[in-house]
Ligand binder design. Structure first.
Ligand code: XMP
Length: 510
């Protein structure tokens, strides 16, 4: 297995993704992981990520130079290369101009990460750096060069230390995935046995060992993560698991029925559906402030879930669908960030109910969770679900959340979902949904005047929800949605399309 030390690059997660695509297990840890901890982890290889710092800075993040004497192969990327050079006695200097963007790399030696490539050939690579290597440390040779970086790739053969100035983890370096595969498999000798099948087996065994004879509960949200986590735990401990699905009245059209059916009929997992629709509506009456809505829903969810768990006889463990990106202690060079939205998930439960957590997805990325779902036999319609926020339709129903307004929104959203699927765009966008605006405008229908609310359609492309671009859906598709919504959903006489990206807008409107 491969250890990735993170120096704060925006691409660190991509390094992990590429290595796992080579079916080799890897983890990301902060750069300052102690040498003792690194030894104890027993890596087959170590990757040093890029990062925004310069080795010349007084507060540059460093590692113990002993790291290079462990006998473990090391690959330094960008800042990782500069750090290795600096610590082993080479010289890193600020270059006159930043090298940024595509560059042609000439392969000088087909070895290490280049062992599948041809010496003398060239590869397109992605550069993004200010500093560059001026003199090699002792024992190193250049194995690749670019017009802006004569020492763009270096190697110490005996010690199996390698460094590249460019980013091989990004898609703009087409041969990059092969180079990483060559490093982790060819150099480090990892055999590529990390597959979802082996993962699910070991995860099931781990849950069994952790839980023993204990009682476990899980909260389903209708989303992919909680469903996959629950099914895996059910495989591990069967009847010891109780799944609770709180129907808060803020779910999409047909969602409660679909989830119930999949769990009960398909997997034979008993599911406790709690009808708390009226309680949520009462609690939200008269509330229009987005943060208050989020807090009310989060707190009430905990209350309802707690009551239901007690009614079922209590529990010792709670299943949580935590994913790897939430686990990584990322190295932040930016300082504390402002709260934009207080997210609602099952986060507040464990303290209140004194439960231990079972988190079988902690090591996985989102697309690996989908893969695991398939491995566990889940139907595609659940595995491919677009993300849906914990506070549900309440944060898409701007202004006051009432039964009738939710109904309008749900019906319009159903049309958006149907049309986007029909047009083959469901898997091509990150999310597509409807938002009901408390804005009335004048319209004319038949011979009469209307004065009704506005429906916004939101569709975005994104890889992780952190940033997003509004989706350039075909006009004909938007036209069909608009016509159907205005004709079929009473209470809406105008449809608009949201053309803002994130940042500066966010994906959800509240
Ligand atoms: P924003 O609106 O912050 O959304 O751009 C980014 C992504 O997060 C989802 N989202 C949530 N997910 N609980 C969740 O589990 C929440 O409270 C929540 N709020 C937003 C949103 O749907 C988008 O995919």
């Amino acid at each position: 297995r491969i250890l990735i030390l993170d120096f704060g690059s925006q691409f660190t997660q991509l390094i992990a993704r590429r290595i796992r695509e080579a079916q080799v297990y890897c983890e990301i840890h902060p750069y300052n992981l102690s040498l003792a901890a690194i030894r104890a982890w027993q890596p087959s290889g170590i990757v040093l990520s890029g990062g925004p710092s310069s080795v010349a800075d007084a507060d540059a993040p460093l590692v113990d130079a002993e790291l290079f004497a462990l006998g473990v192969p090391v690959l330094g990327i960008c800042y990782g290369l500069q750090l290795m050079t600096h610590l082993l006695g080479g010289r890193v200097a600020k270059s006159d101009h930043r090298e940024y963007g595509r560059a042609r790399l000439e392969i000088l030696e087909a070895e290490g990460p280049f062992q599948s490539l041809v010496a003398g050939g060239t590869e397109e690579v992605w550069m993004s750096h200010g500093d560059r290597i001026e003199t090699l440390p002792e024992g190193f040779v250049a194995i690749g060069r670019s017009p802006g970086s004569p020492l763009a790739a270096i190697a110490h053969r005996q010690r199996r230390l390698f460094g590249v100035q460019f980013h091989l983890e990004v898609a703009h370096t087409p041969a990059g995935a092969q180079m990483l595969t060559d490093f982790v498999r060819g150099v480090c000798g990892c055999n590529g046995q990390w597959t979802m099948h082996s993962y699910s087996e070991s995860a099931i065994a781990a849950v069994r060992a952790q839980v023993g004879q204990g009682r476990v509960i899980s909260a389903l949200s209708g989303g992919v993560d909680s469903a996959v986590a629950s099914i895996l735990v059910h495989r591990a401990v069967g009847e010891q698991l109780h799944c609770i699905f709180v129907d808060n009245g803020l779910l999409r059209f047909g969602e409660v029925e679909q989830v119930s059916q999949v769990f009960r009929q398909y997997f034979h997992i008993p599911l406790h559906v709690v009808d708390a629709r009226a309680r949520f509506l009462d609690a939200l009456a008269g509330v229009t402030d987005p943060e208050r809505k989020r807090k009310i829903i989060g707190n009430l969810f905990i209350e309802v879930f707690d009551e239901e768990a007690k009614a079922l006889g209590g529990a010792d463990f709670l299943v949580q669908g935590t994913l790897y990106p939430d686990v990584i202690e990322s190295v932040s060079f930016k300082g504390p960030s402002a709260t934009i939205k207080s997210h609602h998930n099952v986060g507040g439960l464990p303290e209140r109910m004194r439960l231990q957590l079972v988190e079988p997805l902690r090591e996985l990325f989102k697309d690996e969770v989908r893969e695991l779902g398939r491995e566990l036999g889940m139907p595609e319609e659940i595995v491919r679900r677009q993300p849906f926020p914990g506070p549900g339709l309440a944060i898409r129903c701007l202004g006051e959340v009432t039964g009738p307004r939710l109904d309008v929104l749900r019906r319009a959203d159903r049309i958006v979902q149907e049309e986007i699927r029909e047009a083959g765009y469901y898997d091509r966008v990150w999310q597509a949904f409807a938002v009901l605006l408390p804005v009335r405008s004048v319209g004319v229908m038949g011979d009469g005047r209307t004065y009704e609310e506005t429906l916004a359609i939101r569709a975005v492309e994104s890889s992780d929800g952190m940033t997003a671009d509004w989706a350039h859906l075909p006009h004909e598709l938007l036209a069909r949605m608009s016509t159907r919504i205005i004709n079929e959903v009473a209470g809406v006489n105008r449809v608009v399309y949201d053309i803002s990206s994130k940042p500066p807008a966010t994906i959800e409107w509240e």
